[in-house]
Design a protein around this ligand. Structure first.
Ligand code: URA
Length: 446
């Protein structure tokens, strides 16, 4: 492809807020993916976009160019509505592992392409890889086959699908350019369009552990996502949910899988008897939205009822096991998950004062998890699936002297004194109770 402007001119136009044409955007994306445009120019483009934003037309053009940078899946032989869910990311957000099999048990097809940890947030693919043998990289034919036979499959992005996002995502992660509406929109939608979904439910996280810190930013993202999705013929719904505290009681790859198993099995199996009330509530809400988008039900109330039933009667749990088995995972480890905890050190951190939890610095807690070895500071860094944090207390919890605040699962060589100090700084205990925030901030952004 040849155009009139050079790469530095494209960057300059973006810097100076002159709208780019669809051809210029396509030229830039193609050049970046082929390696003809070096990373320093791609990074400069990303930073210029971060500061000056993009119009709706530019965002739509960027999304399309990213989709066309690689393979596209259509799953034409797979019958039924194909609906996916995507979260903008948070701490302890493990919803996808329960939701994909639950929605499939309710009659949807869920072709889910998950991500790895990004910035301080965790990723579905890293969590699934805590299950021994689980293959997250599948060829197109196998992905379609599992989708057809089981009803859901969760895979990672292969080198062939949306290579532009792989490139941009990795650079954004290390150049402080994640929190940008056009970059997040194109990153998410390019993958969802390429994976073959016809409908999408977005869970946009808002709060101190989310990329979107304010409701206003989250609403802008929801509206941009919906408008760009519509242009590609995809129906999109967006829920805003709270991320001022970790979701559920665990953060860390293996222990998050175990928490999901508890919800799928309707049992509390963890050694501390901690409940997963918020995780279950959000999963059922998102399932109901997916079922309505896929026209399996007429309204949300019906969707909630069906999702609750399929969780309770064990159908979602069976689907989860079928999916794990189909993707090569060892399902023996799922039946008695807590036997498989293999962290080298397990330490309980006790409260040093009485009161109520009034603040959890969630982004910071995510960074502590990375430091423990459960996430990455650099692309391709190996992670330790066994490490993590159990949150015994959440916002609004009452604390008595000597109550356990968190249990830390760590590696032998972790500096636990430092980790404990940092965790104490993240969990504020005050004398006066403050109400816990609402989990679902806005059920369906209009
Ligand atoms: N999730 C994505 O897939 N991309 C982003 O940019 C942010 C969250």
């Amino acid at each position: 492809m040849s155009i009139q402007v050079s790469v530095p001119q494209i960057i300059q136009k973006k810097r100076d807020e002159t709208p780019l044409t669809a051809e210029e955007i396509r030229y830039f994306v193609e050049g970046a993916v082929k390696g003809e445009i070096p990373d320093y120019q791609v990074s400069a483009f990303l930073m210029a976009t971060y500061f000056t934003g993009m119009s709706f037309e530019e965002t739509a053009a960027l999304t399309l160019a990213m989709v066309e940078s690689g393979e596209q899946y259509h799953h034409t032989n797979v019958k039924g509505p194909k609906v996916d869910k995507h979260s903008t990311g948070g701490i302890g957000d493990k919803v996808s592992l329960i939701l994909a099999p639950l929605a499939a048990a309710c009659g949807l097809k869920v072709p889910m392409m998950g991500g790895r940890g990004l910035g301080h947030t965790g990723g579905t693919i890293d969590k699934l890889e805590a299950i021994p043998g689980y293959r997250t990289v599948l060829e197109k034919e196998e992905f379609t086959k599992i989708l057809q036979e089981v009803g859901c499959a969760i895979i990672s992005q292969s080198a062939k699908i949306v290579p532009a996002d792989r490139k941009f995502y990795a650079l954004r992660d290390v150049t402080a350019t994640i929190e940008s509406v056009p970059l997040i929109t194109s990153s998410i939608l390019s993958k969802k369009i390429a994976e073959g979904a016809n409908g999408l439910v977005m869970d946009i996280k808002v709060g101190n552990g989310a990329f979107m810190k304010s409701k206003t930013e989250a609403v802008t993202l929801a509206k941009t996502l919906r408008a760009v999705a519509k242009k590609s013929g995809m129906e999109l719904r967006a829920t805003l949910s709270n991320m001022d505290q970790p979701l559920g009681y665990s953060a860390g790859n293996a222990i998050e899988v175990y928490e999901c198993i508890e919800v799928l099995r309707n049992e509390t199996l963890n050694p501390y008897g901690l409940p997963s009330t918020d995780l279950r509530e959000l999963t059922i809400h998102l399932a109901a939205q997916m079922l309505e988008v896929g026209k399996v039900v007429k309204n949300l109330a019906e969707g909630r009822k069906l999702a609750t039933l399929k969780l309770k009667d064990g159908s979602a749990w069976k689907k989860f096991k079928d999916m794990v088995a189909a993707q090569g995972g060892d399902i023996k480890t799922l039946d008695e998950p807590w036997r498989y905890i293999h962290a080298e050190k397990i330490v309980e951190l006790k409260a040093n004062k009485k009161g109520y939890v009034t603040e959890m610095k969630t982004e910071e807690l995510g960074r502590i998890l990375i430091e423990l070895g459960g996430g990455r500071n650099k692309v391709n860094e190996p992670i330790d699936h066994s490490v993590g944090i159990f949150f015994h207390k959440k916002l609004g919890s009452m604390i008595k002297a000597n109550d356990t605040l968190v249990t830390i699962f760590a590696k032998k060589n972790s500096n636990l004194t430092q980790v404990e100090t940092k965790i104490r700084e993240c969990i504020k205990i005050s004398a006066t109770k403050k109400a816990a925030p609402k989990l679902i901030i806005e059920a369906n952004v209009k």
